[in-house]
Structure formats: structure tokens, C-alpha cells
Design a protein around this ligand. Sequence first.
Ligand SMILES: Cc1cc2nc3c(=O)[nH]c(=O)nc-3n(C[C@H](O)[C@H](O)[C@H](O)COP(=O)(O)O)c2cc1C
Length: 359
Amino acid sequence: MSSTYGTLFKISTFGESHGPAIGVVIDGCPAGLVFDTDFIQNELDRRKPGQSRITTQRREADEFDVLSGVFEGKTQGTPIALVIRNTDQRSKDYGHIAEQFRPSHADYTYQTKYGSRDYRGGGRSSARETAARVAAGAVAKLLLAQQGVQIQAYVSQVGSLKLDKPYTELNLAQTEDNAVRCPDPETAEQMFQYIDETRKKGDSIGGIVDCVVTGVPVGWGEPVFDKLHAELGKAMLSINAVKGFEYGSGFAGVALFGSEHNDEFYTDEEGRVRTRTNKSGGIQGGISNGEAIYFRTAFKPVATIMQDQNSVDIHGQPATVSGKGRHDPCVVPRAVPIVEAMAALVLVDMYLRNKVAQL
Ligand SMILES: Cc1cc2nc3c(=O)[nH]c(=O)nc-3n(C[C@H](O)[C@H](O)[C@H](O)COP(=O)(O)O)c2cc1C
């Protein structure tokens, strides 16, 4: 079961939801990077459970220990190992799914593929694993910030409640001002109420996270199989509960004619080649073109709901799975930092790969 991502900036995550700890080993981070622990902790705090009544009520401080790779506040070029201890497991809430499969969760496929599974809290299939990604992504963000790259994600849709403005018309600085992480306060309030009503009904609801990356120069991305958008797509689709990815004009672009869709080039006052529109989403031929990179990631309504559901047990016999445990009624508020972290991990790898791509 591989849990490694990256070519030059490589991460390997480990741990289960109800095991003693989760964590990550980062291999290939250059030496000399100031290791800003406050920044990394803040990123973990944005993802951690129990942030408001519309997230799971599991209580984890998600504080991390640095086991290796950092000396006198700077990275050493050696493997960086970060560990986050689990402190608030309630494994008895999962006893009933030891022998039953939750519809649309990973229980059936893990059991059938491996012959056994750690069912406590979903084990390795739990999104608790993404805390390790966020920790590694924070280190990647520190490296990218030195290159002037900024990554900002936000919630643009919950159920059928949509933010009908493009990122260029939003004040993204307001994203962290509310529990939903939607930059429009009025829409955020409606989304909050909707998620809360869904939670009270014992149900779950999906949503969309948009992400904008600025400051990426021309040239990041490999032209054939590891196209920048292909890697972003893989990274986003590797996040738990993700069902869709699109970048630039995405699926809506099919309704346009080429004459409407093409991004016209011009040269600005500083002599830089720019495009007047950005339907390409900042990527052409798999390589960044210097414009903002933007993409959208769709999350399903999570599988574990507080209702009885028809299913089968490990012997193939009919079973009723009852809703127990502490769960997210809608994951998108907590998914915002995860999307940013995965984008950072893709981009930092492409930054380093680009450095060795030319003589
Ligand atoms: C931030 C976050 C929190 C999640 N919380 C839950 C949860 O509380 N309950 C649940 O059933 N699934 C939750 N999930 C989704 C499951 O981890 C995921 O659906 C499961 O592993 C099956 O994988 P799949 O949906 O990608 O096929 C969460 C996902 C994310 C990104």
C-alpha cells in the first residue's frame, strides 16, 4: 500500500485514525529553509476537527513533534519526520462496523483487497491521514513563499448553494473570517445554516472548493505524462471524498467556440507576455504560463450518516448499519487547507524539477 507522493520533494505519510499517531516523512526538502513552526501549527489548526458545530466533534489538538531534519530552526537537507499523536479516539463507536460495510465508505474494498482492515475510525481510509499532508504542505508552502507563490482556496458551493462570482471579484482575504471558509459573508451564513440543518437531520452534504495560485512563473510542469494540471488532478483526486476536478474553463468550456475560448496574448508595459483572459487556468501544454492557476475540486456528501442504512456484513448477509460516532456533516470547510496543501506539494515538486530541467 504505497503512501508516497512526489519526485524530488517526496512525502510518505503513516498512521491510522485510532492508532497512537499519524505523521509524515519529507525527503528532498532543500537545506537552509527557516522552519516556521507557528505557521505549520496554524495550517494544522485550520484542518483540525472540532472547529465549530458544523465539523466533527472529535477533539484533537493536532500539535506536532519534529523528530528529525531540523536543527537550530532550519532544515538540514535530511529527511524531516513530523509526528502528530492521536489523543481523542473512541474506538467503541466503530465496533458495529467491524463486521459490516458502511455504504459508499472504504470498508468493503479494503476488507476484500487486504483480507482485514483497521475499522476503528476508518483506520487508514480516514481523512485523519490528511493532517500529515497538511503538515508537509505547510513546509512546501514555506519554500514556495520564498519564490513569491501564494495559494488560496475557499468554499464556493455547499449542496446547491453556489457562490456565483469568479475569484477575481471576491475578497479572498475574508475566507478565514467564517467557519465555512467562504469569502462572501452572506453566502457563508446561508451555507452554515444549511450544513447545520443537514447535521440535525443526521445527514451529510457535498460541496466545492476553489483554489487560486498566484506568483508561479512560466515553465513549471512536465510536458507529457506529468503535466502540471495532471499532477494537480491526481493530487486533488487523492483526497478523501473527492469526486471531481476541473481547471481553467473546465467542463463549462465545452460550450464555447474557440474564438471565445482562446486567451489572447499581449505584451505588458514591463515587457512580459500576458493573456487578456485566463480560460487556460494558468496552464498551457501542461506548463505554467505565468497567469494565475485556478482549479475546482468537488467533494461528495460523506458516507457516514446518523441514520440506519441497508448494507451487507462480511459474510454477504443483509445488515443494517446504524449511524454512530463523530462525523463531518460536510467536509469542505476542513478541506480548504487540505486542497492548499496538496497544491503546494505538487508545485514545490515542479519547482525543484524545473530547476534541473535546463542546463
Ligand atoms: C476533511 C475530511 C473529513 C472527512 N470526514 C468524514 C467523516 O466524518 N465521516 C465519513 O464517513 N467520511 C469522512 N470523510 C471521507 C472519507 O474519508 C472517505 O469518503 C472514505 O475514505 C472513502 O473514500 P472515497 O469517498 O474517496 O471513496 C472525510 C473527508 C475529508 C476530506
